[in-house]
Design a binder for this molecule. Structure first.
Ligand SMILES: O=C(O)CCC(=O)C(=O)O
Length: 285
């Protein structure tokens, strides 16, 4: 029912690491108010991003020079606090997220795609709002424990479609909102189910996120082809993740062979029940 439990420490603080391992998420102080203002200023200098609805620079059609400029700014702003928080991790991808108002500002409950062998290593996202966030303006919402529930390969550009994804039936009533102040980090395992509900305020909700992988972890892209087969491709450098056009198989990456594209037949109710058992420490394999 579950993937093997976390094999090596992710967070330097042992108590926080234990909580992260069981819940798939912890919150931690990350930026001072001055650092938040400085980061907002640096990003503002690059241009105006977003409007109404949900906007994420990682998914937007940006020139690669601008995407790289954003990545450099975010990695440099995150570097000190991330190195004190994580055990020997390096940045892989980043996003500046602007959640405007409106129904289309919702980000559905999803899991981020897999970057590495999760039986050996865990990839982590550090998500930091640049304004206070709560239920009103669309704070991050998570399903604790879900990072250990196997629902298939989490490939790109899409997970195999032949069986129902239990996450498609989930709503924000199934998730827990994580209200935090501007500059406080929500650190989550990239396999954790998460999303954010509609921004009901009349101000944009800004957030910055950087995805990290252990420096010693071989990175892979799990590519799902149109016939739903999933192939593992070796990623020689984290930069490659930001240069790929996800829609087509990157033929220049070395194939490591096909992997199983099976999705365990888990209903959304079972998914929630298994996640709850893991987060309460009562899961049995
Ligand atoms: O910022 C948000 O509301 C959602 C971010 C998210 O889902 C992600 O970073 O994967």
């Amino acid at each position: 029912m579950t993937t093997p439990s976390q094999p090596r420490p992710v967070l330097q603080d042992p108590e926080a690491n234990h909580e992260f391992s069981q819940q798939g998420v912890v919150t931690r102080p990350f930026f001072s108010p001055e650092q938040v203002a400085e980061l907002r200023g640096e990003l503002d200098q690059l241009g105006t991003f977003g409007g109404s609805g949900f906007y994420d620079t990682a998914a937007a059609a940006l020139e690669s020079a601008q995407r790289e400029a954003i990545h450099r700014i975010l990695c440099s702003a995150f570097a000190q606090a991330a190195s004190e928080l994580l055990v020997d991790y390096e940045p892989v991808m980043s996003s500046f997220i602007v959640k405007g108002h409106g129904q289309d500002s919702q980000k559905e409950i999803h899991r981020d795609f897999r970057l590495l062998d999760e039986s050996q290593f865990r990839a982590v996202c550090i998500w930091v709002p640049l304004v206070d966030v709560d239920e009103i303006n669309g704070a991050l919402a998570v399903i604790r424990g879900s990072h250990q529930v196997d629902t298939g390969p989490r490939s790109v550009p899409m997970t195999p479609r032949y069986s129902q994804d239990p996450l498609l039936e989930l709503s924000f009533e199934d998730a827990e909102t994580v209200p935090v102040s501007a500059g406080e980090a929500v650190v989550f395992d990239m396999a954790l189910a998460h999303g954010s509900d509609v921004n009901h305020s009349n101000l944009p909700r800004y957030a910055a996120a950087v995805a990290y992988a252990p420096k010693s972890a071989p990175l892979s892209l799990y590519f799902c082809d149109t016939d739903d087969s999933v192939e593992e491709l070796a990623v020689p450098h984290p930069d490659v993740f930001r240069q790929i056009d996800w829609r087509v198989r990157p033929n220049y990456l070395r194939s490591l062979g096909m992997i199983s594209s099976d999705r365990p037949p888990t209903s959304s109710a079972e998914f929630l029940q298994q996640s709850r058992a893991i987060s309460q420490g009562s899961a049995t394999d």
